[in-house]
Design a protein around this ligand. Structure first.
Ligand code: FAD
Length: 126
């Protein structure tokens, strides 16, 4: 691919600095991928640490209105951290809550592991 240089200050919709959309896409990638690689059966220590991670994440996520609603969600839907399957579903439902809020289609959570770990049946990954 041809390399074209451009001034780094140019506003060209790059992720610099990230807006809430770019931040969100990157963050969901991390969160779902983390769930997809969580232990299939988590030890008590892993469960405790994941709960703490989610709580701390929700405290410091740098889109304050997103974080505020996410904290409310966590308070009403306790994070399910016993296993990969449960954490993945919980994360998927949490993401769907935001999708609904933003008027986006809900994702079929039966497919979360395909989307974030094993790949679609036709080999796509998107
Ligand atoms: P995204 O919603 O970022 O999704 C990326 C990809 O994930 C999709 O292409 C799809 O393949 C997959 N996907 C979609 N839904 C699911 C699901 N349920 N489970 C698994 N995979 C899925 N933005 C706001 O404007 N207001 C908010 O209040 C807000 N709150 C947020 C809270 C959190 C915790 C996070 C991480 C992000 C939040 N965002 C919020 C950002 C928002 O969710 C999107 O990331 C952003 O709007 C970009 O959307 P997108 O359409 O590119 O895809």
């Amino acid at each position: 691919a041809a390399y074209t240089s451009r001034p780094i200050t140019e506003n060209d919709n790059s992720d610099c600095p990230p807006d809430s959309g770019a931040l969100g896409r990157a963050t969901w990638t991390l969160l779902h991928t983390m769930a997809a690689n969580y232990p299939e059966t988590a030890s008590l220590e892993e469960q405790r640490d994941m709960k703490m991670f989610i709580k701390t994440f929700a405290r410091f996520y740098p889109c304050w209105w997103c974080a505020k609603d996410f904290r409310k969600y966590i308070a009403s839907q306790e994070p399910q951290v016993e296993s990969r399957e449960k954490l993945g579903w919980w994360m998927c439902m949490a993401h769907n809550e935001v999708n609904v809020k933003l008027g986006k289609p809900e994702f079929d959570c039966n497919n979360w592991l395909k989307r974030w770990k094993t790949g679609w049946d036709d080999g796509r990954c998107d």
